[in-house]
Design a protein around this ligand. Structure first.
Ligand code: 3PG
Length: 307
């Protein structure tokens, strides 16, 4: 009987856990659940017998894989897989997958919610502004970027995107403007929403030079990863631009300095909340369980990310 560990420091909604269990039960697999854990040693102990693991932002590194000799597959129920050591996975012969697109609507709704919150001055009772007629720049145009574009158009925003991996034709087919140079996106758009993965190319790439190009009322929404922001640059721009606002689902490491000096100009969720809806948990969790069953039963490696 295959053993599948669901290891979620930030648990899925109950309905998603029940759905995952049902899929695994029907396949004749055994599910173990490790939720709300605080220590890496708990994850290491739970992984010992696992042949498959479903995770969210949980970190699967060399130590976890060393401690899981039977492990064949890890599925990140979600988009970003920067929390899996892909080299170690390949070395251990472990297939790593994600579940692209499954939680993107939840993240997109949060990005728009953060935009509204910023436009209304963090609901502090003063007169704010509207999103209608404003320019929104999507930095990266994957599943989340596309979902944000759809909602933003409903608000009457004019949407632009920069993504070197997506063609102009694809963007135009979605009714948005393609921007060829990242600098042009930042100089055109009062609102910028970040949707790129965190990797060697993107880490600290959102720096003060780029942010300083933004027009008056500059508002950056980060539901991607805190690592893509250059935090020194962020502090510098807050200092130089009284109009600058930063709303993020992932609080920066220097949040206390920002909180002390720039009150009212930011918002950080206390815990990453973008994908924390029962629908997103269900979509991503069930997709992860199905991918595991398809991998064991049919050798299906679609969505493998360590090829
Ligand atoms: C993702 O990469 O899918 C999102 O950042 C969601 O992460 P979470 O599953 O930890 O909420």
């Amino acid at each position: 009987m295959k053993k599948v560990l669901v290891a979620t420091e930030k648990p899925f909604a109950k309905v998603a856990v029940e759905g995952i269990k049902k899929i695994l039960d029907e396949a004749g697999y055994e599910m173990a659940l490790l939720e709300n854990y605080t220590l890496k040693t708990e994850l290491i102990a739970a992984a010992a017998e696992a042949e498959a693991i479903i995770i969210r932002s949980d970190i699967i590194d060399q130590d976890v894989m060393d401690a899981a000799p039977k492990l064949e597959i890890v599925v990140r129920a979600g988009a970003g897989y920067d929390n899996i050591d892909l080299e170690a996975a390949t070395k251990h012969g472990v297939v790593a997958m994600n579940t692209p697109g499954q939680n993107s609507n939840a993240v997109a709704e949060l990005a728009i919610g953060l935009m509204v919150y910023a436009a209304r001055n963090n609901f502090n009772g003063t007169s704010g502004t509207e999103l209608k007629g404003k320019k929104l720049g999507l930095h990266a145009f994957g599943y989340v970027g596309k979902a944000v574009a759809t909602i933003a158009k409903g608000f009457g925003m004019e949407v632009f995107a920069f993504d070197p991996f997506v063609s102009k034709e694809k963007m135009e087919a979605e009714g948005i403007h393609c921007v060829d140079k990242v600098e042009d996106l930042y100089s055109k758009c009062q609102y910028i929403s970040l949707h790129m993965p965190s990797n060697a190319q993107t880490k600290k790439s959102i720096n003060s030079q780029l942010l300083s190009l933004m027009p008056k009322g500059a508002t950056v929404i980060n539901t991607a990863r805190k690592e893509v922001i250059d935090e020194d640059g962020l502090l510098a721009i807050f200092g130089e631009r009284p109009d600058f606002r930063y709303m993020s689902d992932v609080e920066p490491d220097n949040k206390l300095v920002i909180a002390e000096k720039f009150s009212g100009k930011f918002f950080f969720t206390p815990k990453k909340m973008g994908a924390q809806t029962s629908e997103a948990n269900n979509n991503a969790g069930l997709a992860a369980a199905r991918q595991i069953v398809d991998f064991f039963e049919k050798g299906d490696k679609s969505f493998q990310v360590n090829k």
